[in-house]
Ligand binder design. Structure first.
Ligand code: NI
Length: 262
């Protein structure tokens, strides 16, 4: 059934699933059957970027969309498919087959209790293929298990860093120095969220241009400091604030269309 936003709230504590009791969730489901799931990755982000960049940014965008709409936000799935980053210490990856099972279980848990619109906000390109596979698996599993929501269940993926408004702003701010990994736009967002990360910022040599990705050891050989064509030294907290607001407005619109669709 088409859904409407519950309405904006003042603080993210009002929409975090982790802070709700089960009767509150049951009550929420009487008027809204949508939920936002942030997913990121725990992986190297160049010599100056935080390991948690993709998880921190996806969660921040998800919480901002939650505040603007009143839609519940699940705890972030902070581990993603980062096999190609494993030659750098600090990286923690799930294999694609593991991530598929994890996402299937999490999406099915929500569907079992009546959530019908599952809106995944993703912060990591390496997760995209597996998230899409997990959606297909979830539709199949919900039907096989005869869940009452099976007929109405819809899952949608939105990658915050690929939103056209974010893309345009990043191109304006950084041009070709945006690159493809440890980008100044994602690093800007982390600097806005966590000011202690500013201490890591320093001028770096020119990056190796972005190119193909194969296995973990090959990645480290090709991109010795972990960056792919990016100059994260250009990142600024105020850029992060702007990019967060652009991503959140665009995804709020996407969520609205998704919830209203039949
Ligand atoms: Ni990233």
């Amino acid at each position: 059934m088409p859904q409407k936003f519950p309405g904006p709230v003042n603080t993210s504590s009002a929409i975090r699933l982790a802070l709700k009791s089960w009767p509150e969730v049951e009550d929420y489901l009487k008027s809204c059957k949508a939920i936002i799931l942030p997913i990121g990755s725990t992986e190297q982000h160049g010599p100056t970027g935080a390991i948690g960049t993709d998880a921190l940014t996806a969660e921040a965008v998800a919480l901002e969309v939650g505040v603007q709409t009143g839609v519940l936000v699940a705890p972030a799935q902070v581990f993603g498919m980062a096999e190609h980053h494993l030659a750098f210490p600090g990286t923690m990856s799930l294999q694609p087959s593991t991530l598929l099972l994890v996402l299937n279980d999490l999406l099915l848990s929500l569907a079992r209790n009546g959530f019908e619109r599952l809106f995944v906000i993703n912060g990591h390109g390496g997760n995209i293929a597996t998230i899409k596979a997990a959606f297909a698996q979830t539709y199949l599993s919900a039907r096989d298990k005869n869940f009452s929501v099976a007929k109405n269940l819809k899952c949608k993926l939105s990658n915050w860093f690929m939103v056209p408004e974010v893309y345009k702003e990043a191109a304006k701010l950084y041009g070709s120095k945006e690159g493809q990994h440890a980008t100044p736009s994602e690093i800007s967002l982390t600097l806005y969220l966590e000011s202690s990360l500013l201490n890591k910022q320093r001028l770096l040599d020119d990056p190796v241009p972005a190119g193909p990705i194969y296995g973990a050891d090959d990645f480290r050989k090709r991109y010795p400091d972990g960056r792919m064509g990016s100059d994260p030294y250009l990142a600024k907290p105020e850029h992060g604030k702007l990019l967060l607001s652009k991503a959140a407005s665009a995804l709020t619109k996407e969520l609205s269309d998704f919830m209203e669709s039949t």
